[in-house]
Design a binder for this molecule. Structure first.
Ligand SMILES: Cc1cc2nc3c(=O)[nH]c(=O)nc-3n(C[C@H](O)[C@H](O)[C@H](O)COP(=O)(O)O)c2cc1C
Length: 371
C-alpha cells in the first residue's frame, strides 16, 4: 500500500484540491470577548496550517447571537466578525490554501447566561440534554430544559443561516460547511430523541429532515450548492443524541442530499472516547455513505496517515479530515509527504487561552533549526 493517494488531487464541488488531507473543524474558544470576534492570532493559526491546494475547515462558528453555546466561539453575524474573518481567509489564500467556515447553531447545547436577557436556549422540543455544560462565566452546571421553537420562528433560523452564508462569502471564504452533526440544532431536529414536535418539522423522518433541506436550499440560492458541505454523525451519541432508527434516517438524508449538487458530505466515524488513539479508525460509516451519496465524501475520526490512505484506496472516502493531529502539526501535509513523526497534542490547551498550544506548535523546519 502506498501513502501517496492522500497527496493526489481531488475535486469537491467547486473546490479543486491538490491533496486529500483536510483540516477538521476544531473549536478552540479563543475569540475576543465580548463580541466573539476572531483575533489576529486566528489568522496566524489558520495561515500556519494552510498549504497550496489544501482545504481547511474552521472551528464551528455561530450564525447568530441566539445560536451561541460556548464562550469564546466566534460568530459570523456582525461586521467586526466578518472583517476579522477576512484577515483569516487572506492569510490562508496567501499560501494558496482553501478555507470553508463551519456554521452552527448550538440549540439546546447552550446556557441562558449566554443569551440576551438570560433567555433559555432554543431547541426543537423542551428536552434537556443529560450532563453538564458551561455557563458564560465558565461554571459547570446541569443542562437547562430548552425552549421549544414555535413554528413561526423556524423561518428565522433559516434566514439566519442564509445571512451567515452571505457574510462568509463576503469574508472571502471558499465555501461553508453546515454543522448537522454532534447534537447541535440541525442534528437535534433530525433525531427523534430530541425532536418530539407534532408539526411539519417533527414526527416522520421527512419532517425531521425538513429544516436541514430548507437551510441547504436557501443557502444554495444565496451562494452556490457546490460551495456547501454538510457534516453528519450517523449513529453518534455525543451530546446525548439518540434516534430510534438511524439507518432509515441517514438513508433518507443521504438520498435527499444527493439531489442537491453539494460540494461534499463530511462523515464522522464513531470512536470509543475523545482520546481514542489515531490509527484505530475504520471507514465503515463513510464507506456506507459514499456508496449511497452522489458526490464526494470526507471521512473523519481517528485516522492516521496509514488508515486514511487505506480509506482512500478502498474508495471509502474521497478525502480524510484530521482533527487532533492538525492542532499539533501546522505542517501536517508536509509531514505526511516526507513521512516525518508528528508532534503530540496537548489536550490542556485545546479550549480557551492564548497563543500557547495554538500558534506555537513547531513545524519540521522550526524543529530542525532549534536542534
Ligand atoms: C478540540 C476539538 C474541537 C472540536 N471542535 C469541533 C467543531 O467545532 N466542529 C465539529 O464538527 N467537530 C469538532 N471536533 C471533532 C473533530 O472535527 C474530529 O471529528 C475529531 O477530533 C476526530 O478526529 P481526529 O481523530 O482526527 O481528532 C472537535 C474535536 C476536538 C478534539
Amino acid at each position: 500500500m502506498s501513502t501517496s493517494s492522500l497527496l493526489t488531487p481531488v475535486r469537491l464541488g467547486a473546490l479543486q484540491l491538490k491533496n486529500r488531507v483536510v483540516m477538521a473543524p476544531l473549536t478552540r474558544l479563543r475569540a475576543a470577548q465580548p463580541g466573539d470576534v476572531p483575533k489576529p492570532m486566528h489568522a496566524v493559526y489558520y495561515g500556519q496550517r494552510a498549504n497550496p491546494g489544501g482545504l481547511l475547515i474552521t472551528e464551528a462558528t455561530d450564525i447568530a447571537e441566539s445560536a451561541r453555546g460556548y464562550p469564546g466561539a466566534p460568530g459570523m453575524y456582525s461586521a467586526p466578525q466578518v472583517a476579522a474573518w477576512k484577515r483569516v481567509t487572506e492569510a490562508v489564500h496567501a499560501k494558496g490554501g482553501l478555507i470553508v467556515v463551519q456554521l452552527w447553531h448550538t440549540g439546546r447545547i447552550s446556557h441562558s447566561s449566554m443569551h440576551a436577557g438570560g433567555a433559555l436556549p432554543v431547541a426543537p422540543s423542551a428536552i434537556a440534554a443529560r450532563g453538564q455544560h458551561m455557563t458564560a462565566q465558565g461554571k459547570p452546571v446541569s443542562f437547562e430544559v430548552p425552549r421549544a421553537l414555535s413554528l413561526e420562528e423556524i423561518p428565522t433560523i433559516v434566514a439566519q443561516y442564509t445571512q451567515a452564508i452571505k457574510n462568509a462569502r463576503e469574508a472571502g471564504f471558499d465555501g461553508v460547511e453546515l454543522h448537522a452533526a454532534n447534537g447541535y440544532l440541525i442534528n437535534q431536529f433530525m433525531e427523534d430523541g430530541t425532536n418530539q414536535r407534532t408539526d411539519r418539522y417533527g414526527g416522520s423522518i421527512e419532517n425531521r429532515v425538513r429544516l436541514l433541506l430548507e437551510i441547504i436550499d436557501s443557502a444554495a440560492a444565496a451562494w452556490s450548492a457546490d460551495r456547501i458541505g454538510v457534516r453528519l454523525s450517523p449513529g453518534g451519541s455525543f451530546n446525548d443524541m439518540k434516534d430510534s432508527n438511524h439507518e432509515a434516517l441517514y438513508d433518507y438524508v443521504v438520498t435527499h442530499l444527493s439531489t442537491r449538487g453539494l460540494a461534499y458530505l463530511h462523515v464522522i466515524e464513531q470512536r470509543e472516547s475523545p482520546d481514542t488513539p489515531a490509527g484505530t479508525a475504520t471507514s465503515d460509516v463513510a464507506a456506507k455513505i459514499r456508496a449511497e451519496f452522489a458526490g464526494p465524501v470526507i471521512a473523519a475520526g481517528g485516522f492516521d496517515q496509514v488508515s486514511a490512505t487505506a480509506a482512500i484506496d478502498a474508495k471509502h472516502a474521497d478525502a480524510v479530515a484530521f482533527g487532533r493531529a492538525y492542532i499539533a502539526n501546522p505542517d501536517l501535509v508536509e509531514r505526511f509527504r516526507v513521512g516525518a513523526a508528528l508532534n503530540p497534542y496537548d489536550r490542556r490547551t485545546f479550549y480557551g487561552g492564548d497563543e500557547r498550544g495554538y500558534t506555537d506548535y513547531p513545524t519540521l523546519e522550526a524543529s530542525a533549526s532549534t536542534t
